[in-house]
Design a protein around this ligand. Sequence first.
Ligand code: NAD
Ligand code: UFG
Length: 332
Amino acid sequence: MVLLTGGLGYIGSHTAVELLKAGYEVVIIDNLSNSKEIVKEKIEQISGKKVKFYKGDVRDYELLEKIVKENEIDSIMHFAGYKAVGESVKEPLKYYDNNIFSTLALIRLMQEHKIKNLVFSSSATVYGRAESMPIYEDFPVSATNPYGRTKLFIEEILKDMYVADNSLNIAILRYFNPIGAHESGLIGEDPNGIPNNLMPYITKVATGKLEKLSIFGNDYNTKDGTGVRDYIHVCDLALGHVKALKKLETNSGLVVYNLGTGTGYSVLEMVNTFNEVCGNKVKFVFAPRRDGDVDMCYASPEKAERELGFKATHTLKQMCESSYNFEMKNKE
Ligand code: NAD
Ligand code: UFG
């Protein structure tokens, strides 16, 4: 049985679907700080299987103990955490408290209940300003904001835990830019308020909820001057988690993988592809660069392909179509 922390969120919910499809049983803990309880039913609707849900905080150790007593948990996937870079600069304590303490509680739980397998949601943000592209897993790591620092610290904590007890199996997954939604349109990314990230912003412009997109910078050293990122379909990313779990089940020890496609697309390419899909509804203007942004960021996906047999298969058009489909179905 796999415990998913933050399993009702964007990436967790898609991963729950893939785990159920692969035959795993799934238990979710989520405090609903950035998700809704109805997502549990949507996961069940898509998969045709039941999911056990505990509403609560991962930092609540008593609740964690109750969950392991009531379920035979042998693996944990830790998605729960806050993820808004800008907010983390304004409210660092909130980020350190949630992201670090939730992880410490889980590690303690693993120690006390002899749970050996952990998959952790890290981020390409740990590469900071990489010196060259594509980015390989052995590139130097650094952080430029409190959010990124929590990911970096947690990676270090997990490495220390592994040194102290190498019977643990830990997969650190560094996600590039997840976008898209499940083909059913039942689950997807549904941020509160005005989105910070590109794809949710574009979809809200396409459906008329926001007026126009500001493209942050058109003077970067890239193919068309706009920022380049490695966008990966969230269902591909979810499958990467199933593959990582299977790797842990072979007693892999601590492993680190990029989950990306290896292809970088510019903001303009994103807008143009989305406009093909939705019929030219995305208006945009060029605006100054956003603080802290890098010009380019894309993965080498080779290690994950070689060692996990993982390869993202969705095209950029499919990613845009699924994002648009989700937004259209959930406009209200
Ligand atoms: P999300 O906000 O949609 O999901 C996180 C879930 O965790 C939410 O449902 C939220 O309610 C829950 N949660 C937060 N703190 C909790 C706590 N203390 N106890 C219980 N539940 C809690 O985010 P997501 O996009 O699905 O991201 C999942 C993970 O992946 C995060 O750790 C994030 O930092 C990481 N990540 C995301 C991206 C991205 O672009 N989405 C990129 C790199 C890494
Ligand atoms: N962008 C715009 N306008 C917008 C929003 C974004 O032009 O309104 C541009 C950005 O400047 C960047 C690209 O679109 O060039 C992608 O921006 P996102 O905010 O969607 O994604 P980032 O690459 O900046 O950051 C994301 C997550 C981070 C994570 C990082 C690496 O938000 O948490 O990917 O995984 F660390």
